[in-house]
Design a protein around this ligand. Structure first.
Ligand code: PLP
Length: 430
């Protein structure tokens, strides 16, 4: 496959953009390649500037449940643009989207729009702190909640319970309030609460982890977090930036029937435009400015164009719930097909799947937390990625990301993917 033009653009990009990309994972560094630059995308396919076509399992990291350039979502978009791209004062479509979100999510009475998942989680934590009058927060190792300072944290070593920054520029003073626990290990959470419960404002969790590959919550884990928060008067935040409107229309909270106090949403509700949101119980949300004292704002929040696309996207999902069954069936077919290949080649690999969300771990399970997934062979994953790309299949350029399917992925796409998988795994794991 020829990537000459992508290579040329990348050289140019590096002169003006750090690393040539606007988000680090796009640089393809972890798989030892230069990035491909994209010209257009349609349905399940994405096309690079060298004319190569790929079946896309990145799908913009989740939002494109209806596939690229969906005609029903985009219909009339010119007319929406012609009405103006941003007003700085409210527009009716913001209300429509807010209403749709509150109707979809069992725990959300009110919602505030922001522009990204990062903003959603950052604002949700500020709100939880204000609501409880406490400072400490709990996050889980391997869960990603965007790049605000207090969340760029990993577990400290040994006796220290608070996290340490994962990036220069994040003051230790900020991360001092962030405590890291082990995903799926309720005991690790209980121990922290026994010692510091009265100071803990919130637990933030991805109800199904999607940023260390896909890791399902063990039975009782999410329920346990709910009851610990109830016992200690802390706020439970579900970060549903990936699971919201993807795992099912009502998100992970519908699937597991657990009501968090605050829910964070992101890219999916914008159908590919920059959007995020946080919402929850009325009593908590009414603390947000201008009703309450908790400041949070955004010039482009509730942007009319993003809201118009977001509304169309959500409306189609709402009216066509069979899409979720189809997504799950496609993920199951990939799971079964890859499992057969794993058996046939007798390799250490495991498909981790929750409904339509899945990934392929190249290693020996079980995969229940961050330490487990870290044992995967990232070198082999890199080789696998390269072999898949060469065969026209674009999977996430990291072992620790979920593969994303859309309603547009056809039976033929899945057959082609499985054929490529067999060949690529043979080469990569030889
Ligand atoms: N939360 C989760 C679960 C995510 O997966 C992401 C991004 O992938 C974020 C938050 C941050 O969202 P954004 O990249 O829109 O800031």
């Amino acid at each position: 496959m020829n990537h000459k033009r992508s290579g040329e653009i990348f050289e140019e990009a590096k002169k003006y953009i750090p690393g040539g990309v606007n988000s680090p994972v796009r640089a393809f560094r972890s798989v030892g390649l230069d990035p491909i630059f994209i010209e257009r995308a349609e349905g399940s396919r994405i096309y690079d500037v060298d004319g190569n076509s790929y079946i896309d399992y990145i799908c913009s990291w989740g939002p494109l449940i209806l596939g690229h350039s969906n005609k029903d979502v985009l219909e009339g978009i010119e007319e929406a643009i012609a009405r103006g791209t941003s007003y700085g004062v409210p527009s009716p479509v913001e209300v429509e989207v807010a209403k749709m979100i509150t109707e979809a999510l069992i725990s959300v009475d009110m919602v505030r729009m922001v522009n990204s998942g990062t903003e959603a989680t950052m604002s949700a934590i500020r709100l939880a702190r204000a609501y409880t009058g406490r400072s400490k927060i709990i996050k889980f190792e391997g869960c990603y909640h965007g790049h605000s300072d207090s969340l760029l944290v990993k577990a400290g070593s040994g006796a220290i319970t608070f996290g340490v920054p994962t990036s220069p520029g994040v003051p230790e003073d900020t991360t001092r309030h962030t405590i890291i626990c082990t995903y799926n290990d309720l005991e690790s959470v209980k121990r922290v609460f026994e010692k510091e419960g009265k100071d803990i404002a919130c637990i933030i969790v991805e109800p199904v982890a999607g940023n260390m590959g896909v890791v399902a919550p063990k039975e009782g884990f999410l329920e346990g977090l709910r009851s610990i928060c109830d016992e200690y008067g802390s706020v439970l935040i579900f970060d549903e930036v990936i699971t919201g409107f993807r795992l099912s229309y009502g998100g992970a909270q519908e699937v597991y029937n657990i009501k968090p106090d605050i829910t964070c949403l992101g890219k999916i509700i914008g159908g590919g435009l920059p959007v995020g949101a946080y919402g929850g119980k009325r009593e908590i949300m009414e603390l947000v400015s201008p009703v309450g004292p908790v400041y949070q704002a955004g010039t482009l929040s509730g942007n009319p164009l993003a809201m118009t696309i977001g509304y169309r996207n959500l409306k189609i999902l709402k009216d066509n719930r069979e899409i979720y069954i189809e997504l799950e069936n496609k993920a199951k077919r990939l799971e079964e097909g890859i499992n057969n290949i794993i058996k046939e080649l007798n390799i250490d690999a495991h498909v981790s799947r929750v409904k339509g969300m899945f990934c392929l771990f190249l290693g020996k399970g079980p995969f229940e937390n961050y330490n487990d997934v870290m044992k995967c062979d990232t070198e082999k994953y890199s080789a696998f990625f390269r072999e898949m790309l060469e065969r026209g299949i674009l999977i996430p350029p990291s072992q620790f990301e979920a593969w994303f399917l859309s309603a547009e992925h056809s039976d033929e796409d899945i057959e082609e993917t499985l054929k490529a998988c067999r060949e690529a795994l043979k080469v990569a794991l030889k």
